[in-house]
Design a protein around this ligand. Sequence first.
Ligand code: IMP
Length: 190
Amino acid sequence: MQLVFATNNANKLREAQQILPNYKIISLEDAGIHEELPETHETILENSKEKAEYLYNKYHINCFSDDTGLEVEALGGAPGVYSARFAGPQKNNDDNIALILQKLQGVENRKARFVTYITLIINGEQHIFEGEMRGSILPCRSGNGGFGYDPVFLPEGYDKSVAELSPEEKNKISHRGRSLQKMAEYLSSK
Ligand code: IMP
């Protein structure tokens, strides 16, 4: 069965394809959808639902969307829903990382977590899957893998950043990996 993943991020697409080998997971571009999906809400759960609902209502396709936020304890849960645009509307990963490091300079409590909500809409039925990864923000960047905040995120119980893990290792413990695994379990139980 084919499922459209509401993304054009090649990293995310690969992650999903690894976890759901029995499904044909395609990107928005692969599906011929070239518009930016709306994300107008103040919570990542609502933004996740909005993207999948928009796709389903407009294109009538089986699909799923994800929305992720990085929550830093010492910053009161920021950047949260603003994680992509933390340092400005240009949505630049390097700028976002620089701002996190600057805000946490000299701060002892560096605890943080990633949380992802996946919204699956299949044959008109909606299901939500949540995943989280706990850890802390490193004092400087480390590693070249992954994307986003990966070079400064140290998962709990690890001695390397997410950007230093293999894609398989990341998928086992990451927020999106865990929510995708829950979705895979649901799909295989149907
Ligand atoms: P989005 O919901 O996927 O757009 O993610 C929001 C923000 O979190 C963006 O700045 C992403 O780069 C970042 N982000 C999402 N997933 C990950 C991840 O797996 N690792 C690091 N950063 C991520």
